[in-house]
Design a protein around this ligand. Structure first.
Ligand code: AMP
Ligand code: MG
Length: 417
């Protein structure tokens, strides 16, 4: 990547790097101990607390992968043609229970049990049918189009490991093994609120000098998608008393508290000081943009994240720090987010000194090549940039401006399952 240094850099010796902050959070956290037994549908999105070993083989019997005819491999002609006599039919769910002898075949459908003796399936399109006889050519291989018993899963095989978050494919897989219930980590309980005298909630009439509170809504969305039990504590006013009261009430019965706003060093920023008084501050500043002020610590048994108030900063810091922290507490095995290196079609402005998370649109160009471009204005208050983006463009701390056409690292927002 081409970089240029600039006179007005973004260095701040009090800031932790993104990597140091992640490491501190990681060292500080432990998965919750409580487990519960749940029906598999209710366990969707939760984290397995046990390894799942299969008690059956999948598929449970040799079966046909095609609609066609079940034959003996020994009857396949090596050249010319062979004629076989049809002696019965095996439907899915209605097997043919006789043994196929030399010179015989059975009509068979996809998923039907292979009749005894037969070991090969000829697709119906490759057969000439004459009454109860079929004629086959020499192009077939013994064993073809048969799905053997245990092909997917054998008895005793570990199919899902403790620490796996159960996604739609996983609950389908559990069902395919006949497993009705699983042991999972209990849902995390998280309280969240916004701080700020200027904030007005949706449904209220905006007064002069007010803005609508958006962070509580994006936070609600991000937390809900993680499968978390939420308490929305609303908007807390910028006074030390109100902030303290909210902290104490949130800490009582929650695993984590997440706030936004009030973490800078302004006169009305009480979050970090209140945490210092009632609990412990681990760190409060990170060399990143957006999201420089970010308070992390503990209050009683709850971990605490004080996110910055700017809407984009709140979301970026959530995805980079809060989400992995909560997943760790949920008992989830650590996952390294997928990052890709792709050419960037936009010129990117940046000063060295902070890691930046610019918002990008990752797409295929007209030659099918994966490329990224900037969403437009990158201010930390431009929430439309998060809504339009489908990835972060991650620029390392030391990097300066990036010229059009240079390669950059991107982190896509979401996976398919
Ligand atoms: P603060 O971190 O409290 O200094 O806030 C930084 C900026 O973010 C200010 O412009 C606030 O008005 C804005 N802000 C703070 N909280 C919210 C919120 N919940 N929703 C939308 N904007 C907010
Ligand atoms: Mg504020």
């Amino acid at each position: 990547m081409k970089t240029h240094t600039c006179c007005c850099d973004d260095y701040d010796s009090n800031s932790l790097t993104v990597e140091e902050a992640l490491q501190r959070i990681d060292q500080d956290l432990q998965p919750i101990a409580d487990e519960q037994q749940l029906p598999i549908r209710s366990a969707l999105g939760l984290v397995l607390a046990e390894d799942i070993l299969s008690k059956i083989e999948v598929p449970p019997y040799d079966n046909s992968a095609m609609d066609g005819y079940a034959v003996l491999g020994a009857d396949l002609p090596t050249n010319g043609q062979a004629q076989l006599k049809m002696v019965g039919t095996s439907f899915a769910g209605q097997p043919y229970n006789e043994t196929i002898q030399a010179g015989e075949c059975a009509r068979i459908f996809t998923g039907a049990v292979m009749p005894m003796g037969a070991d090969t399936v000829i697709m119906q399109e490759h057969v000439e049918r004459q009454g109860d006889r079929i004629i086959i050519g020499a192009e077939h291989k013994k064993g073809q189009h048969v799905r053997p018993v245990g092909e997917d899963i054998t008895i005793g095989q570990v199919v899902l490991k403790a620490g796996k978050q159960l996604l739609p494919a996983d609950i389908g897989l559990l069902a395919s093994l006949g497993v009705p219930e699983v042991k999972v980590k209990r849902r995390l309980r998280v309280a969240f609120f916004s701080t700020g005298d200027e904030l007005c909630s949706v449904g209220e009439v905006l007064q002069p000098g007010q803005i609508y509170d958006s962070n509580r809504y994006s936070l609600y969305g991000m937390l809900t998608r993680l499968g978390i039990d939420l308490i929305d504590m609303g908007v807390v006013r910028d006074t030390p008393e109100e902030v303290e009261r909210a902290f104490l009430s949130a800490a009582r019965s929650h695993d984590a508290i997440i706030t936004s706003g009030g973490v800078s060093v302004g006169d009305a920023d009480y979050v970090t000081d209140t945490l210092r008084r009632l609990g412990q501050v681990n760190f409060w500043k990170i060399a990143m943009k957006p999201g420089k002020p970010l308070t992390y610590g503990k209050i009683q048994n709850a971990i605490f994240f004080g996110l910055p108030g700017n809407p984009v900063s709140a979301m970026v810091t959530f995805y980079q720090f809060v989400q992995p922290a909560l997943q760790n507490m949920m008992g989830q095995t650590k996952r390294i987010p997928i990052r890709l290196t792709v050419p960037c079609l936009s010129r990117l402005k940046k000063h060295p000194g902070r890691m930046e998370f610019q918002r990008g649109i990752l797409e295929n160009d007209d030659q099918g090549r994966l490329v990224v471009r900037l969403t437009g204005k990158q201010g930390s208050g431009i929430l439309t940039s998060m809504s339009q983006a489908n990835c972060f463009i991650i620029l390392p701390r030391e990097c300066g401006n990036v010229d059009e056409g240079c390669e950059v690292v991107v982190e896509p927002f979401e996976g398919l399952v």
